[in-house]
Design a protein around this ligand. Sequence first.
Ligand code: HEC
Length: 292
Amino acid sequence: MKPRTPVFVNILTIIVLLLVLFYMFVQDFSFFKSPYFWGTLVISSVLALIHDSLGDLIENLKFKALSEEEKTAYLAEKRKPYLKTLFQSAVKKQSQTEEKDLLIDHGFDGIMELDNQLPKWWLGLFYLGTAYCIIYLISYFFTDFADPIKEYDKEYANQVAQIDQYMKTVPQATLETAKFKEDNIEEGKAIFQTNCVSCHMDGARGGVGPNLTDDHWINIKEKTVFKNVFWMVQNGSPNNPAMVGFGKNGILTGNDIEKVAAYIYHINQQQPPITPAQGGAEPKGTVAQWEK
Ligand code: HEC
């Protein structure tokens, strides 16, 4: 007769399995507040305790049937701490006589096969793995757990919300603070292609909206080209509703306007104009004297 697994080990196993189970189905630790979790924990622990007391009864009955010798051996075995026994049984080697009993008739070339019992730690891991596997499969098929597409969607929504939040708090350039920066030209060009090219045409050579590469301007609101463009994109044209206030209407942020203004500044000041001979629109307005 072998000593039984102490009840605290069983209860510990139950707790671990319940934690895994609830975590997989609920997918966060909010179940700590749920009466279902605590209810299941209490009921299964009580069952484990009942199981243990029944085991005690059976053990007592069996114990009475043992011979004196077996009784002392059993009591000695029982007095050893459980974890120590577990460790010993995991690593112990059998004696020669025991090996003879385990020998299987498979010997070949002097190599013998023994029908050893599997080590306890191995069996424990195996049972735990099997239990986990069952829980995993059930939660995989019946809940959102470990569903990559759902996880992706959630993560994506999270990121978008974070970007929104960031955009709301990040300081935006204003007419006063905006500056021309070389680094903004490329991104400004992309913003131009999405928002402006339909009216101002490729390279801002002019279409419905005027040619922005020449030195003629209809609207002169600021002292420099860069600030003037910022003003126009922020507020729109006071004369022509076709040129809407992208900033005012919330279509572009201050930082976007700073970028697109950098692009217009670049093609207006750092590159030669696209003349009507090259397919540019006729100049409109008056020649502007910009400050540098
Ligand atoms: C729906 C057509 C349309 C779109 C889109 C448009 N514009 Fe305009 N834009 C115009 C028109 C028309 C004018 C001339 C306004 C006026 O007569 O006062 C103009 C004027 C301007 C001016 C002033 C030019 C001047 O000579 O006074 C700037 C700068 C400008 N737009 C930049 C932009 C930028 C940058 C974008 C994109 C963010 C953009 N526009 C998008 C139609 C448009």
